[in-house]
Ligand binder design. Structure first.
Ligand code: DC
Length: 335
């Protein structure tokens, strides 16, 4: 006897969607494993406790599995688990190597069974990238790589070494002896500079412009891009930055470019900094954001630019949740 597993997600707790999803999953499992109905011994179903509209096992009865035993159970609610998910375990009497089937959102959960998925989220400061990236990463249970943090750490390294960020030669020689790395705890990124955790200090506003300036140097970019690519190659992740879709991962499966008016972006940054207890002037911040955009857009290497195949989203009048749902819908349709 062999056990074949499968899972699929639905967007809404609606009978029609559940029926279609279970049908799709059963068909896909049979197709991938070249299974005949008579080889199936029984099917076990489970679903998350946010689905109530339709009994998944009933779909199997309605689609031709008249004789075999079916069993259905409700999964306990687990914090952080993939929502609206239906799982199947099919026991079969067949000489085969089971091909498990994970569809839509469920695909990204099984890192061992599915392709690595990279989502590029580029855009200027304050466009909402990092908030949206975190929501998406949490919903898809994948990593979120804040690439700006790595350039911020480079800027901090210069501040500590009292090096002018415009002095390319001095910056490059410093970079040779500087170690920057990121690690994750419960999905939260921690950024380290020469072994010291700098996640909070790099968020200070004074670091923003320095990060933009230092990020224009070739030696800085090549070192950071290497780190970013190494992460993206090994694990599914959403990367937020300026050049992910155009330069770091030109073949990323999903690309989005987020923007918003300078006024709104400055307001978002202002609220964020004030909530962290930093003292800033709104007008100054707005000027800085516009200047930083110009600098990021006009640098020679990998400037801030929308990739040709990226979906553009103007987030001026949208909440982060709305943008994340919009992006997730596009992703879910393709995986
Ligand atoms: O996203 P952020 O504000 O933390 O980024 C700080 C600076 O780092 C940004 O102004 C330009 C640079 N940066 C970059 O050049 N490429 C990236 N992928 C991310 C950030």
């Amino acid at each position: 006897m062999k056990a074949i597993r499968g899972a699929i997600t639905v967007e809404n707790d609606c009978a029609e969607e559940i029926k279609l999803a279970v049908e799709e999953l059963l068909t896909e499992i049979q197709k991938k494993n070249l299974l005949k109905n008579e080889q199936i011994v029984c099917i076990l179903f489970s679903n998350t406790d946010d689905l109530h509209s339709f009994y998944p096992a009933k779909v199997a009865r309605e689609t031709g599995f008249f004789q075999i035993p079916l069993y259905s159970s409700l999964e306990p609610h687990i914090e952080g688990a993939l929502p609206k998910c239906i799982r199947i375990m099919m026991l079969v009497e067949a000489d085969l190597v089971p091909k498990h089937v994970y569809l839509r959102g469920a695909a990204v959960l099984r890192k061992d069974l599915t392709d690595i998925i990279n989502i590029a989220l580029d855009g200027p400061a304050g466009s909402g990238k990092s908030t949206v990236a975190k929501i998406i990463a949490q919903k898809l249970n994948i990593l979120c790589l804040d690439t700006g943090a790595t350039y911020r750490a480079c800027a901090l390294a210069c501040v500590k070494a009292q090096i002018d960020v415009n002095d390319e030669k001095a910056v490059c020689s410093l970079m040779e002896k500087t170690k920057i790395n990121v690690s994750y705890e419960n999905g939260v990124q921690h950024t380290y500079l020469n072994g010291e955790e700098v996640s909070s200090v790099i968020r200070q506003n004074e670091i923003s412009m320095l990060a933009s300036t230092v990020s224009a140097h070739e030696c800085v970019r090549s070192k950071m891009v290497k780190l970013q690519r190494e992460t993206a190659e090994t694990i599914s992740c959403v990367l937020d930055g300026r050049d992910i879709g155009t330069n770091v991962l030109p073949n990323a499966r999903f690309k989005f470019f987020m923007t918003a008016s300078p006024e709104i972006r400055a307001k978002r940054r202002f609220d964020e900094l004030v909530s962290k207890g930093q003292k800033v002037s709104f007008e100054e911040l707005k000027k800085e954001i516009i200047k930083r955009d110009e600098q990021d857009k006009s640098r020679k290497i990998a400037p801030l630019k929308q990739a040709k195949d990226a979906v553009m989203i103007d987030t001026s009048d949208m909440t982060a949740e709305y943008v994340a749902d919009f992006i997730l819908k596009i992703i879910q349709e393709k995986i």
